[in-house]
Design a protein around this ligand. Structure first.
Ligand code: AGP
Length: 704
């Protein structure tokens, strides 16, 4: 998942060094999302001049490139608009870093005068799925492309439209361009023709705008302006301009009435004069919070126009029933939440945050004393969900595992048929979905492409959709009918840890809410609520095993080629999650096996050399799990056992074990996963691997 970051200062003088450093810092806050190149575009020294810098590799390399370019960093700008991004090469290869600077290439350092290539600069997240068609159209208009990137199509389409009608307003031009784009994207566009202005558009990829003003804003919202003419094509837009040559815009003469004033009311002084302001645009609020806590989340199909210290929001469509205001919210995020603090890696920090994050998930929702669960985000729909024919959980990766982990308790408490689906496979099968189904989408990022496509598939079929998401304002959280934010706080490490346990807890509370009306389940519900109330302390106890687990990894798993992880019943999802953690950050192959399947083939692998971990905490299946343990022992296997404290079955000094506290059976997986998270972490550290940015992976997979 790439990242975009923009910084606009209006009547707030800043030198180029401040502007460039602000952009670089913003990109560094987004590095965790994964990328393979980075770039930025800032104003040059003369009118119509753009300085564009691009570099393969980390943001630090882009910084180095800029420093080596000997660009004058002392030049000051009273007003300025800069845009930047980190990107995965979804189209085209990353620009080579060694190409000599040249006015027409798209390589490292580009310093332009009026080069048509850079009249419009664009950065974007996501994919423009029709870029080939656009490229072909533009080539027939005489454009020559420098790259294979889809981003270049956007910039050239803007230039094509502008050349048709140089008096076009930026917002009108932007609407006409965006109308032509298909796919999911978030983009920022700046142009030498509209100095100090930026267009920000969101369609399926999050965009947040931070606002910093010298004076308190008059109102904490911005009105949305709809297109009177509805959706305009690029050609229609051009024809409109031809028809309204004297007009100053493609649309009817801009309405400078109440709406515009109200749109800018937040930013203008009482006498309507623009005020000094700074705007920070980002894919993720974590890159904004150190500058301001006042943020506005764009919604899909929003087009924000930042100009003269004002923020206007437009939509391509007529009034489409979406909210006609966008709130300027105060985010609670603190900078240290996105910093590593005393930890060596974000993943380590997030593993150790779990005693707090799990409390935050339950805060204001679980009342153990009064034996009550309240999920505000589901309140209006809970009775409908109780009557649904089926609940289908749909997710990917770790989020899929958390759904598997709670399947049993949902079946037990609600007695509603439960299905758990991998989003990609669900879509491949075009699985049947009906209006009386409830589809639950679980996603840390809320942007995973497979899950998002599955959500749209279910919405089209009339199902009730529920989101269980961590990132507020993300696509899945906005598109679902209702949902629960897991409130785990930003999860930066690619390997999901605290999101897993918070998803798990959030869904257990969901099951508790659904079964509130079932008298026969009350005793069981209360037992589970009691158990949830103790989880945080139990996490703290298990985290004390950090050092022994580090030693265990060095002793048993060094130079191994594979590892078996066995679990049964509700502990099989725990094994699946542990295996994924080990694979994705230590690159050690690890297979999760449902221990009831051992004798159907896997047992052939077992000998005295194969590393094996078995989850053997006490539950209703313990006898069967123990049977599997004995089968492994009988073949010379020497499994490491995750078991409850002082379990007499594993008292032998010869047994290598990890003791965990005992909790309610359906919550035991929350405790058992912690040692596996720590094992995966120490295996990766032991191999000297990049724990937070494992190779080939991104924090959120926003492309199919
Ligand atoms: C988990 O450690 C992985 N990073 C990955 O499997 C992840 O869980 C999966 O891509 C789903 O992401 P989401 O929860 O943001 O939808």
């Amino acid at each position: 998942m790439c990242g975009i970051f923009g910084y606009i200062n209006y009547l707030v003088e800043k030198d180029r060094k401040f502007i460039v450093d602000t952009l670089l810092n913003g990109l560094s806050r987004l590095e965790y999302r994964g990328y393979d190149s980075a770039g930025m575009a800032v104003d040059g020294n003369k009118k119509n001049e753009v300085f564009a810098f691009k570099e393969v590799g980390k943001v630090a390399k882009l910084k180095e490139l800029i420093e080596q370019s000997a660009t004058d960093m002392t030049k000051t700008f009273e007003s300025h608009a800069g845009i930047s991004h980190t990107r995965w090469a979804t189209h085209g290869t990353p620009p080579p870093s060694e190409l000599p600077p040249s006015p027409n290439s798209t390589d490292s350092i580009l310093i332009h005068s009026s080069d048509p290539l850079w009249e419009f600069s664009v950065v974007h997240n996501g994919i423009i799925t029709n870029y080939k068609e656009l490229k072909a159209l533009l080539e027939t208009k005489g454009f020559r492309f420098e790259t294979e990137t889809d981003t270049e199509c956007i910039a050239k389409l803007a230039k094509y439209l502008y050349d048709q009608h140089p008096d076009i307003e930026f917002t009108v031009l932007a609407k006409a361009v965006i109308k032509e784009l298909e796919g999911a994207f978030g983009l920022l566009m700046k142009s030498v023709h509209y100095p100090h202005e930026v267009i920000a558009a969101r369609k399926g990829s999050p965009l947040v705008i931070g606002v910093k003003t010298s004076k308190k804003m008059k109102v904490d919202f911005v009105d949305v302006e709809y297109s009177e003419d509805g959706v305009l094509s690029a050609e229609q837009a051009s024809q409109n301009v031809a028809a309204k040559k004297s007009a100053t815009s493609l649309l009817a003469p801009p309405d400078k009435s109440l709406l515009h004033r109200s749109q800018s009311r937040a930013f203008l002084s009482d006498d309507g004069i623009p005020q000094p302001a700074e705007f920070f645009l980002s894919s993720d609020p974590s890159a904004i919070v150190e500058h301001t806590k006042k943020v506005l989340y764009l919604e899909d199909d929003d087009i924000a126009h930042i100009h003269e210290g004002q923020l206007n929001i437009h939509r391509l469509t007529k009034d489409d029933g979406t909210s006609n205001v966008r709130a300027i919210q105060t985010i609670e995020l603190e900078l240290q939440e996105i910093m590593k603090g005393k930890f060596d890696h974000f993943m380590q920090k997030e593993i150790f945050e779990q005693p707090e994050s799990v409390v935050n998930t339950m805060r204001g929702r679980l009342d153990v004393a009064n034996k009550r669960v309240t999920l505000g985000g589901l309140r209006q729909y809970i009775s409908t969900i109780r009557r649904c024919r089926r609940i289908i959980f749909i997710a990917c990766g770790t989020s899929y595992h958390s759904c598997m982990a709670v399947r049993g308790i949902f079946e037990e408490l609600t007695e509603i048929p439960i299905a758990v689906e991998l989003a990609s496979d669900f879509l491949d099968r075009q699985a049947p979905v009906f209006r009386d189904d409830t589809c639950v989408f679980v996603s840390q990022s809320g942007e995973t492409a497979d899950s998002l496509m599955a959500l749209r598939y279910c919405l089209e079929r009339g199902a009730l959709t529920v989101g269980v998401v961590n990132v507020v304002g993300s696509s899945i959280s906005l598109l679902t009918h209702c949902g629960v934010h897991i409130n785990a706080g930003p999860e930066i490490g690619v390997a999901s840890t605290k999101a897993y346990t918070s998803q798990f807890v959030a869904m257990v509370m969901f099951a508790l809410s659904l079964s509130e009306d079932r008298a026969s389940k009350q005793k069981r519900r209360e037992e589970i609520m009691e158990g949830l109330g103790q989880i945080s302390e139990q996490f703290k106890q298990i985290l004390k095993l950090n050092d022994p687990i580090k030693d265990l990894c060095a002793k048993f798993f060094k130079n191994q080629k594979s590892l078996l992880l066995l679990g049964r019943g509700a502990q099989f999802p725990t094994a699946l999650e542990g295996a994924l953690k080990i694979k994705e950050i230590s690159y050690l192959h690890c297979e999760a096996v449902m221990s009831g399947e051992l004798k159907h083939g896997v047992l052939a692998l077992v000998d005295e050399n194969l590393p094996i971990i078995m989850i053997l905490t006490r539950d209703s299946l313990f006898t069967k799990s123990l049977n599997a343990y004995q089968q492994v022992i009988a073949r010379g296997g020497r499994p490491i056992v995750i078991c409850n404290h002082d379990d007499p079955e594993f008292s032998s000094a010869l047994t290598e074990k990890i003791d965990v506290p005992k909790t309610v059976d359906c919550l035991q997986g929350l405790l058992n996963v912690i040692p596996l998270q720590l094992i995966s972490y120490w295996l990766a550290v032991g191999e000297g691997l990049n724990v937070d940015f494992p190779r080939n992976l991104a924090k959120s997979v926003t492309v199919e």
